[in-house]
Every structure is written in C-alpha cells, then in structure tokens.
Write a protein that binds this ligand. Structure first.
Ligand code: HEM
Length: 401
C-alpha cells in the first residue's frame, strides 16, 4: 500500500458529479490506500468482494478505531448489525421477499407502472424522477408494509434527509445542517411508525407491519426498538435505492439510443439491461466495514479497528473483471458479478423486488415513449456520494403510447 494519502472528497466536487468514474478509477488503482484521516479506501473488485464476504469484517461501524464521526451507531437496524442479531432479524423479514412472493407482485407492479406512464401522458410532460422513479417503488413498499400511500411526501422527505447524511465519516462530507435534518427526520420517522404500529396492534391487517407486530407479541425474537428500526430500514432501503436505479438507467438509455432501440425491439433484454445499469452506474456507490482482526488484501493488510470504505461503483468498472468497463452494453454477458447489491451476509434483501420493478419500468419506457430524448438542461444530481442518482431528469418526446 502506498504511503501517500488519497482524498475521497474529490468525489463531492460538483465538477465530478455527472461523471465520477475517472476519479473512481484513479482511487481504485491506488487502492488499498488511506485518507489523511486514516480511513482505508478499497476500490478493486477482488478486494471489495473479499471484504464483503469476510467473517472478520463487521457491519457495526462504531467498532472503528479512527473514524471521526462514528461515535455510535446511527441506527441499529440489521444492516448495521453482525451475527447473531443480524441473522435473527434478517430471518424475520426474508420470507416477505422470496422469489415466489416477489414474482406474484408482477401484475400489481406492471399495473402501477402503466398508470404512471398514462398519468404522464395526460399531463403532457415526463420528469423521470418524480413521475416514475419515486412513485413506483414507494407505492409498492407502502403496499407491502401497509403504510398509507397518501403519506408518501412525508416519507420521501424524511428518507431523502436520512440519505443525505448517509456518507462515509469524513470531516466536511456531511454539512452540519444535513446532520441536524437527518436527526429530525429520524425522530419523525420513529413517531410515525410508533403510531402505525399502535394502530396495527389493535386492528391487524394483511401487511408486513402487522406480521412483525405479531412476531413481537409472540415472544422474545424482536423487541419494540428492533421492530421500529426494521420498518424504517425497509421503507428506506426499499425505495431510495430503486429510485436511483430507474433514473440512472433511463439516463443511460437516453444517452445510448442504439441500446434503447435494441431494448424496444427485444423487450426480453430488460433483465440484462437492469444488470448492466446496476454495473455501469451503481445506485449505492459506497458501503463500509470495520475490521475485527487483521485481514490480508491485495498487497496490504487491514488492521484491527480499521474503517474500510468500499467503492462499489469503482469495483463495478474494474477492467480486470469487466472488459471495456466504461462501455454501456446491455448485451454484456452477465457472468461476472457486479457488487451493486453487495455480497456476503448483507447481500440486498430486496434485490429480487428491485430487479422486477426496474425491469418493468425499463420495458414500459422503451415501449411507450415515442422518440424520447434527454431534454436540454434536463438533468441535475442529488448531492449524495453514497446514494448516486439524479434529482431531476426531464425527457423530451413525441408522444406516450
Ligand atoms: C442491503 C443495494 C433495493 C432492502 C443492501 C445493500 C446494498 C443494497 C448495497 C448492502 C449494503 C452493505 O452490504 O453494506 C440496493 C439497491 C437496490 C436495493 C442498489 C435497488 C436498486 C432494495 C429493496 C429493498 C431492499 C427494493 C426492499 C426490501 C434491503 C435490506 C438490506 C439491503 C433490508 C439489508 C440487508 C442486510 O443487512 O442483511 N441493499 N438495494 N433493498 N437492502 Fe437493498
């Protein structure tokens, strides 16, 4: 490992926002490396994959020795827990997202997506983020959990504030204003779900919140704090990420009209398209782990207590794994695994659901939009580093079928 330090905050430079991949390539080539604050940066696919699967790599970030902001857990949902608590809590919800349960949602998702395109057609304009990418996954997660969709704007607002603060613990990366807003949003989220849980206790329904309330009441597998943390995790993880995958994908297709045309002619390529977008422009760019003991990495070692920042977006463009990695190619063989859904014990629980929602969104975009183009000045990005995606993506078109 080089003794020179690297600067992760280059990625937050607005000049690198639209295309962070040249900087990510440099950071990956220099990795494993350290920031001036002592965080370890990992960008090669082999290292990221090994860290995510390594039993000595902890998801309990507060174990870190050096990280300046990681004084305590930001939330104790199971994304931030190790076994045995992680295993116990994940097991309680995994049944709600099995391939069979997810496949049965297809007609509902298709119906909801179709409606959104028709609404946009009636309105006469199509802004991907607010007209499709937010409402589709949020509606489905609300239905699964039993959260009234009428509350979507509250949830969207709280989620966006939590996401903005979900960055690696480096000074200056999260503005104090964003940290304060996230704390406020978390408090409001907790109160919201406290009220919903109380309602479901007296009036249970056929939804995931009611099921979790039953588990809590039936014994010692889930306490009330864990119930709240799980609800908040699911509603957030279940849409804030998928939003970015839909928007990043539509943008990639608009910028590669030959690929969009290919998808329009061969809708059966939609599954492959989803995988290529996940690889090409990962919605979750960064995750992290803390080493519980020394772990060997390519040409280096993580020491006990090291905070490791994993650059998933860089790993997905590692030329050792993906030939010609900067090319967007929906015909790319899907054998080499991208890391956009992570790997190992924390592999995304909702990957199957996300894949289905986004496959349907892409199929309908290709089939229903007539001659779509990126509108002039139609694109701007959210400021987040970890969760990457546009906050506005305006499409010019000749019609919506
Ligand atoms: C975990 C990405 C959609 C629920 C994760 C992780 C990633 C990820 C990278 C693991 C982070 C780590 O290892 O540190 C994504 C992406 C999505 C998506 C890119 C969409 C494109 C969803 C959906 C759900 C969901 C629709 C709905 C249930 C979860 C949960 C975890 C998780 C509960 C925690 C799993 C665990 O800790 O065991 N996701 N996700 N995600 N995701 Fe997703």
């Amino acid at each position: 490992m080089s003794t020179d330090t690297v600067d992760l905050t280059r990625l937050t430079d607005p000049l690198n926002r639209a295309d962070p991949y040249p900087v990510l390539r440099e950071l990956a080539l220099a990795s494993p490396s350290r920031t001036a604050e002592g965080l370890m940066l990992i960008g090669r696919h082999a290292d990221c994959s090994a860290v995510l699967r390594h039993p000595a790599m902890s998801s309990e970030r507060e174990r870190a020795r050096l990280s300046p902001n990681a004084k305590g857990p930001r939330t104790r949902n199971f994304l931030h827990l190790d076994p045995p608590d992680h295993t116990r809590l994940r097991r309680l919800v995994v049944k709600a997202f099995t391939p069979r349960v997810v496949a049965a949602l297809e007609p509902r998702i298709r119906g909801a997506a179709d409606e959104l395109f028709s609404e946009a057609a009636a309105k006469g304009r199509f802004e991907v983020v607010s007209d499709l990418a937010y409402p589709l996954p949020l509606r489905i997660m609300c239905e699964l959990l039993g959260v009234p969709f009428a509350d979507r704007y509250l949830i969207q607002d709280w989620s966006a504030k939590l996401s903005e603060a979900l960055e690696p613990p480096l000074p200056g990366l999260v503005a104090p204003r964003a940290t304060a807003q996230a704390a406020q949003a978390r408090a409001e989220f907790i109160q919201y779900f406290r009220d919903l849980i109380a309602e479901r206790r007296t009036d249970p329904r056929d939804d995931l919140v009611s099921q979790l309330v039953r588990v809590e009441e039936s014994g010692d597998r889930l306490d009330e704090h864990e119930l709240l943390a799980t609800c908040i995790l699911l509603i957030n993880a279940g849409h804030e990420t998928t939003v970015n995958l839909i928007s990043n994908g539509v943008l990639a297709l608009l910028r590669h009209p030959d690929q969009l045309e290919l998808l329009r002619r061969q809708p059966e390529l939609s599954g492959q398209t989803v995988e290529e977008v996940l690889r090409y422009d990962a919605p979750v760019q960064v995750t992290s782990r803390v080493a519980r003991e020394p772990v060997a990495l390519s040409g280096s070692h993580a020491q006990e207590g090291d905070f490791l920042v994993l650059l998933l977006g860089a790993a997905n463009r590692d030329p050792d794994v993906f030939p010609d990695p900067d090319r967007f190619d929906i015909l790319r063989p899907t054998g080499a695994p991208h890391l956009s859904f992570s790997a190992g014990p924390h592999f995304c629980l909702g990957a199957g659901l996300a894949r289905l929602e986004v496959r349907i969104a892409f199929e309908l975009f290709a089939s229903r939009m007539v001659n779509p183009r990126l509108a002039a000045a139609g694109l701007s990005y959210k400021p987040n580093l970890s969760l990457r995606g546009p906050d506005r993506l305006e499409v010019a078109y000749e019609g919506i079928r």
